[in-house]
Design a protein around this ligand. Sequence first.
Ligand code: M6R
Length: 618
Amino acid sequence: MCGIIGYVGRNDATPILLEGLRRLEYRGYDSSGIAVMNGSQTIQVRKKSGRLQNLRDHVADSPAEGDCGISHTRWATHGEATDENAHPHTDRSGNLAIVHNGVIENYQTLREGLEAEGHEFKSQTDTEVLAHLIGKIYDENSDESDPQKRLVSAVREAVKQVAGTYGIAAMHTDAPKFLVGARLGSPLIIGVGNDENFLASDVSAVVSHTSNAVYLNDRDIVYITEDEFRVETIDGTASSYEVSEVDFTPEQAEMGDFPHYMLKEIYEQPESIQNCFRGRLIDEEASAILGGLNMSPNELRDVERIVLCGCGTASHAAMAGEYIIEHLARIPTEVEIASEFRYRNPPLNKNTLVFVISQSGETLDTLAAMREGQRKGHKVLGIVNSVGSTIARESDGGSYLYSGPEIGVAATKSFTSQVTMFALLGLLLGRMRHLSVDYGNKLLEEIRTLPAKVEQILQQDEKIKEIALKYIDAEGMLFLGRQFNYPTAMEAALKMKEISYIFASGHASAELKHGVIALVSETLPSVFIMPKDSVYDKNVSSLEEVKARKGPCIAVTTEGNTELEKTADDVIYIPEVAECLAPILAVIPMQLLSYHFAVARGCDVDKPRNLAKSVTVE
Ligand code: M6R
């Protein structure tokens, strides 16, 4: 949510900042802006509402040059998406500029205090208030003759007065080639280059310049010049840090020949699923190994209950995880939406294991749920994709998905990898309990077949596209499934609504008759996710009930089960697979269906309206 990149070096900052913003645009795309400084001249600010191209056009008309700058792509929180509300924001003097990701909760009080002192504001943002506050503290500290120290100290004193979250980058005309950053609750990294350094919200912004990054911690204050950087705690003492190697290449974060990141990421699933289980299947034990959990076999055997926390797609994967873990390991498991968990006081005993699930590892609600669990003395493990993210660093252990960068706002490959991870976890915990060697071996075999089976589904892309086009005028869509595929139905509905903006909802099929069936009409298609499994016949009855009311039906079922062609209007086939792994396959046609549907309706699937990839505000 909001992307920041700052640069200090020997090159022209503007193209570097614009390129970084292109890579960060998935974090927010309501407006964008840059502030560039050359020597100690004035700060040149260029900003525009709307997509990054508007800023590019503006900069082409009105160039800004310099070897030091900050920039921002915004997901609006305070104030509409206008030019005035776009970042960077400057202080009263115009000599200081900042960009900010996060929410200053007490901005109204701070603003009123500053207004009483004569400060005038041009925007409705909380960020401009912070800019004025830093500027005021800077101006008042005339005893400090070193402008760099004065700026660091002004940032430090200002953030101490702030309630809320921030990841910021600031610069001042008195301190050329010098940037100050600070974080609390919103991610910030240093990209460590040769004769150049960067501040950014995430490594994807800097990966084409350097593969070395420092992941900052909450309450760190940092400053960078072109040849050095320093990380301090909020009280000014040196902070410890590690320079880590970025785990993906710039090419991996590009679209390649695909028209959208979402489609590219759907097509990457054979590989991303394979990466998730590679090296984690143990034939000798008919089990799985997840070393990062940092738990001994005895500790794992003692687990009596599991709580899975996440948001959006991650919560749907967790729902599938609940079915899988209970099926394989018989450990009572429940899913908590992270934003609910953090404010609830659920009774958890000492043998409860909490998992937080997050692609980005930065989702604020999930991060807060993790900290809440830890505060109560529980071990909280992370299932995370983004290496080095805050959840990855602060959790008590966990496992990476290794899906590679997921840039499309609609989560796709992270879902299938998260569900794969739950299959590994269920197998590991199950084999420590009642699960037989035979069943363990069978599951290992089945897991290994997943990538090839996903390939097979992807080959039906054209057919799925035709089905999407057939229903292009649908007013909405229902998604229905049972047991392991109830979460698939939830996830399919989320995909459809977030990228095509039509009404869509996912339900357990049997819930139809308890109310949802009232929605059924000739213009509202129902999609039944109904592989030939233990609840297949029950799903058939639900489908018949919809057909009896003239509702169009699309069925997703197992290859060879052609009988549905008689009742359903359209049938999509997925290969046969163990029942508990079916969501991993069944969701793929659903991703393709929503993708083609949204593209045909002219929607920007990679940047759906009102959304951003990584939700780092509450
Ligand atoms: O990065 P996370 O997995 O924590 O993100 C959680 C949700 O914000 C995310 O899955 C969101 O629902 C996606 N837009 C769904 O496609």
